[in-house]
Design a protein around this ligand. Structure first.
Ligand SMILES: *Cc1c(COP(=O)(O)O)cnc(C)c1O
Length: 236
């Protein structure tokens, strides 16, 4: 058993992370309560989620639709747990996620948005979601181009079972905080523009992972998505 598969270690990792988040908030002159921590549990067992929940974490992020469905069914007793779906979402997998995830962070196309709306309607819920943007223009990545945003926001406001609550982006794999910072800044400008005009509910900025969350907090993150610093490295 590696140290990170042991519950005590999840607890101490969260304590160390919490100190760094608090320090980053202090530096950025922000309140700790302005930044929600989503613990990214993809590829980690439900037992580790239980450990984190036991010491107070409530928000957990998953990347794969079936994995979310399976873990949710193992953890139904954790009444206050909120799932965040953060991975690329295929339209034919969306039924595992809509209504199950409190927030879907990765809506990046009109057809996907419409599919989510239809599924949410069928379940009698309004699905909160973030639009994921590909700010760096990197070819291989998911996320809509920023110029598609007005159309997406317009569409969301005309649909009755989805609600846009913010924006998400992911820097290129392995990018340093220095590379990530201008992308975060750009996302924030886009969010501010929507808030002032087209979308009053678009409050969240879902940015920041294990390698760059301090920079993300400096640039206005309201949600950080952190996996390996809590649960250890993933071996796929
Ligand atoms: C895996 C993942 C994370 C967490 O990454 P870490 O570097 O382990 O903190 C955050 N966001 C998304 C979209 C991810 O896929």
């Amino acid at each position: 058993m590696s140290p990170s598969e042991n519950g005590t270690s999840v607890v101490s990792c969260i304590a160390a992370l919490e100190q760094r988040i608090e320090a980053a908030c202090l530096l950025a002159d922000r309140k700790r309560s302005e930044v929600a921590l989503v613990a990214v549990s993809k590829k980690k067992p439900a037992t580790m989620i239980r450990e984190a929940y036991r010491i107070g974490l409530r928000d957990f992020g998953e990347n794969y639709a079936q994995e979310l469905r399976d873990k949710a069914s193992q953890l139904t007793d954790l009444a206050e747990l909120r799932w965040h779906f953060i991975g690329p979402l295929q339209r034919n997998k969306a039924q595992h996620v809509v209504g199950q995830a409190a927030v879907i962070h990765s809506v990046d196309s009109l057809p996907l948005l419409e599919r989510v709306d239809r599924l949410a309607q069928g379940r009698g819920v309004v699905q909160d979601l973030l639009f994921q943007l590909n700010i760096s223009g990197e070819a291989s990545k998911s996320g809509a181009p920023p110029d598609a945003l007005p159309e997406l926001v317009q569409a969301a406001s005309s649909l009755s079972h989805v609600r846009c609550v913010g924006l998400m982006t992911m820097p290129p794999l392995g990018a340093s905080p220095r590379i990530a910072a201008p992308l975060f800044r750009r996302l924030r400008q886009l969010r501010d523009g929507l808030l002032a005009d087209a979308c009053a509910t678009c409050v969240h900025l879902s940015i920041g992972m294990s390698g760059d969350f301090e920079a993300a907090i400096e640039h206005g993150a309201t949600v950080v998505r952190i996996g390996s610093l809590i649960f250890g490295e993933r071996h796929s």
